[in-house]
Design a protein around this ligand. Sequence first.
Ligand code: SF4
Ligand code: SF4
Length: 386
Amino acid sequence: MAIPFFKEMRIGGYLLKQKLLGRKRYPLVLMLEPLFRCNLACAGCGKIDYPDAILNRRMTAQECWDAADECGAPMVAIPGGEPLIHKEIGEIVRGLVARKKFVSLCTNALLLEKKLDLFEPSPYLFFSVHLDGLRDHHDKAVSQKGVFDRAVSAIKAAKARGFTVNVNATIFDGHPAEEIAKYLDFCAELGVGVSMSPGYAYERAPDQEHFLNRTKTKKLFRDVFALGKGKKWNFMHSGLFLDFLAGNQEYECTPWGMPARNIFGWQKPCYLLGEGYAKTFKELMETTDWDSYGTGRYEKCADCMAHCGYEPTAATAALNNPLKAMWVSLRGIKTSGPMAPEIDMSKQRPAQYIFSEQVQKKLSEIRRDEALAAQQKAAQKASTAA
Ligand code: SF4
Ligand code: SF4
């Protein structure tokens, strides 16, 4: 997901308003997942490992708009699954744009060229195309040949039609800094902005061996940024988040900054980690034990440096300390010298595993709803016949 933090006055104004209102926790971006079904099965994906009954579920357009209204964040990112599989995706996006939400539609682009007619170019809409690297790397990451070429063709087609397009890359261990730098050169030539995030170590992802730990992440990003000195790479991140990735900032995550809503409800505590669900956004904010999550507090958060946890932290840090933010943007990212101290991990609570329990609960709900719908249909048929 690509988010031009602070590039839009409205986001800056929104942040300032929250500060003036003295709010401690507030959402910046709603992560809206209207479905989990995808037309790819990437090795590092932690989103699609569900039984068919769950993969076949969709949030309705109305549920999507209600979530945006309820949460009130100025931006809505629509990841998935693959949102372009959703039959009402055009309508969903139209409704969000009509609400003046900045919408980032995250797609693997396999269906993008075919579905461009569903959308209209707007300063509120941008496509965020999943592109993990250059051709061989990306096709390997998504476990299918030819996807890179189709994605690039779709990016060009969308740009030619007047849409704003960015790309988002998830970075895994074993991706050499030199290759990432070449990929960033390629994106600059293509004329797209880039968001990059180290892959979160999803417990359900098929490939468990290539998730980066925090030390490796910082070292890798330092190497990449060192190769980028003097180049015009267009990152869709705040300077302080990039500085954090390079190990120069000590941040704690702010998971409420990017709350996630999907077919299960409002996910606790964040887009990456499903540790329970709330029925409403208010319930999510009020009943989540926020202090029990984050690096140094919970084992499953140990290696997380993902944008959805730390970009809101960096945004708040920039608001609280604009001179520091300006200094980083003028000086560029520091790529040598000592790093900021790492968070103490000695007191983190052990991981809890509740995935299967949640899936079973959802499956029972689905069976109950289906039985109810069948009963209603039969009763209707009987009354028509009588
Ligand atoms: S395209 Fe995205 S949602 Fe689909 S399998 Fe890959 S990472 Fe998962
Ligand atoms: S560190 Fe924060 S953003 Fe990352 S998984 Fe934990 S709660 Fe979520």
